[in-house]
Design a protein around this ligand. Structure first.
Ligand code: GUN
Length: 299
């Protein structure tokens, strides 16, 4: 059998950002509205600093306004909540994102709950999680939403397919399962306590790996022809002590069995920020009583 089709998330995300840029330009010209995204970073976590920098850069590249709030690691929860209240009330801000993780003395759930659900472009507020579960209008979390775009682009209609999501986090696993259920997949959520995980994965037409364990899902766990979406981004030591990025799937073995697979890097990774910008555009449209474009999907 020939190797799997490689799903090019980098190219898909670039096209999505292009479409967003065009819509932002129309929104400005026709309605005088410029979408604005506020990103809050508390502390100096190096990985978070890179994410926040990339978010700010790509926000500006799409023609949106970017508001960055970098706070010291000892910022009190009270001060952070006060900043969120100010951003909630600011009509130039359509999206608010507090980069996770926050320092230990801050209650993450209290912060997420304080963000106006209408500006919660991360889709982490319970109101948005509830909307996703019950079919209401809200925001879906960016990474699983990006995975769904790649899946529909690769497979078309997902109805009736068996999907196994490995990982049950609030950020990826649970919302991914909800999105697949909405597409009429038969969904299994597997996790660290799942009995005979390889056998569960072998049943799937669609595998979404989001466990945060380097190369845990092996090629011989994958059903021939299955579509594999690898959400993992793990930094491991490679040849000659050089650090390299690997996913949660053992790519070398999986690519020989799967029908299609996302690489790491260049697969799911670039989709997250593109979907964040898409959610910010949608929020700006809704805030101004305008119909939001449905970007990222053919139909
Ligand atoms: N930390 C890791 N991923 C994310 C994300 O998608 N959003 C936020 N706010 N923090 C994160």
């Amino acid at each position: 059998m020939s190797d799997a089709k490689i799903i090019d998330g980098k190219a898909f995300a670039a096209k999505l950002r292009e479409d967003i840029t065009a819509e932002v330009s129309k929104l400005k010209a026709d309605h005088g509205v410029t979408p604005g995204l506020a990103v809050i970073l508390v502390g100096e976590d190096p990985a978070s600093q890179v994410y926040v920098r990339n978010k700010g850069k790509q926000t500006l590249e799409c023609g949106m306004n970017s508001y960055e709030h970098k706070l010291s690691a000892d910022t009190s929860q009270e001060d952070l909540l006060a900043l969120i209240a100010k951003l909630n009330a600011d009509e130039n801000v359509h999206g608010i994102l507090c980069q996770l993780p926050v320092p230990k003395h801050i209650d993450e759930q209290a912060i997420l709950a304080a963000i106006d659900p209408a500006k919660d472009v991360d889709g982490f507020h319970v109101v948005n999680a509830g909307a996703l579960a019950t079919g209401g209008e809200g925001f879906a979390p960016c990474t699983p939403y990006g995975c769904l775009m790649l899946l529909k682009d690769t497979l078309g209609d997902l109805s009736g397919k068996r999907a196994v999501v490995v990982g049950r986090s609030n950020i990826v696993g649970k919302p991914m399962a909800q999105l697949l259920l909405k597409e009429s997949c038969t969904v299994t959520i597997a996790h660290s306590r799942t009995r005979d995980l390889p056998e569960e994965v072998r049943r799937a037409d669609i595998v979404v790996a989001a466990v945060g364990r380097p190369e845990m899902v092996k090629g011989d766990w994958i059903a021939p022809g299955a579509t594999v979406i690898d959400v993992g981004i793990n930094r491991v030591e490679g040849a000659e002590g050089k650090m390299k990025l690997v996913g949660d799937v053992e790519f070398e073995s999986a690519v020989k069995v799967a029908g299609a697979i996302t690489p790491v890097p260049g697969g799911v990774g670039p989709m997250t920020i593109a979907c964040l910008l898409n959610n910010t555009l949608i929020s700006a449209c809704r805030a101004n009583g305008l119909e939001a474009p449905n970007l990222g999907f053919d139909s």
